[in-house]
Design a protein around this ligand. Sequence first.
Ligand code: GLY
Length: 362
Amino acid sequence: MLFCKISCILMKEIKSKNYSIYFSSSGYTELSLFIKANNYSQIFIHLDDNTQKYCLEVFLKQIQKFNFNKILSKPGEKNKNIKSCAQLWDKLSELSGDRKSLILNLGGGVVGDMGGFIASTFKRGIDYINIPTTLLSMVDASVGGKTGIDLGVLKNQIGTFYDPKMVIVDTLYLDTLNENELISGYAEIFKHSIISSSKIFNKLISANTSIDFKNLQTIRNSIKIKNEIVLLDKKENKERKALNFGHTLGHAIESYFLKSKNRLLHGEAIAIGIVLASHISSKLFGFSSKKLNNIKSHILSIYNKVLFDKNDIDKITKLLVHDKKNSHGKINFVLIKDIGKPVYDIEVDNNLILKAFKYYSL
Ligand code: GLY
């Protein structure tokens, strides 16, 4: 416990191109200095009902007092849309937000993506800072400068590349999550290991069900992987595409369940997408069947298996046409030749998708 406390305090920041990602108490120190140095006309804390209830107090206890106004959005992916943005823009305007305002996004992926988007567009762009409160947003959405909202059930179709001024990662907020939300975030940690590092992959696979989802070192390693990829290719023309491993089918599954059946959390859908993409990789690129089976059993040791019938699969494959990685009418997949060796812009036949679902369902 004492060791954790010391290492948490000492955890070094990760530098991105235009901002840094700070961990635990050092983040709040940096934020206080940043606020003092920048003379903002207004500071807005963007929250949803959950983070207002469970995280705001935690946040305010960590940081030196400053004046702020709250701006609230409704929680959940179904509210990550233009209507919510319009309400937030109205609120900023009503509260006399100007170009020298700062938004602090205290929340999960929806708060961060949408808060980043309203910051990037209000008065043609104001500063914002991400303080992610879910595991998913710590290791993925809060880092990398993608902002966005959904268009109907289609995820992240409208958005910008617009960097935050800093990101503060503090595992204190993870105590406010339920178990399902926590394990949802793990899918991105596992994905990062698959596309980049045998060492981390093997460690996660061998830990299996005893993984500590709140371990700050694991979280930091995962953010470091993502940040290194983003530094190579911010606008997702090449290397960044690898971060979409498992997401082509994963997003389609998530969208389908948003509309048709019981909702799946993002990570739960991506976990399935990871198994499917790994199976397709074994067929097209000779990805090792042993590693494929390891991936499937690791995923199924953490996530419940979801049942798909023929009708579900048909509808899911139809949704693939909306994937943002597509171009010139082609559906582009990210696959792997091996752990740490992703390949992107790969066209995949429907038949292989069906076989992958069959493998997942066995
Ligand atoms: N979530 C994938 C990316 O940030 O590129």
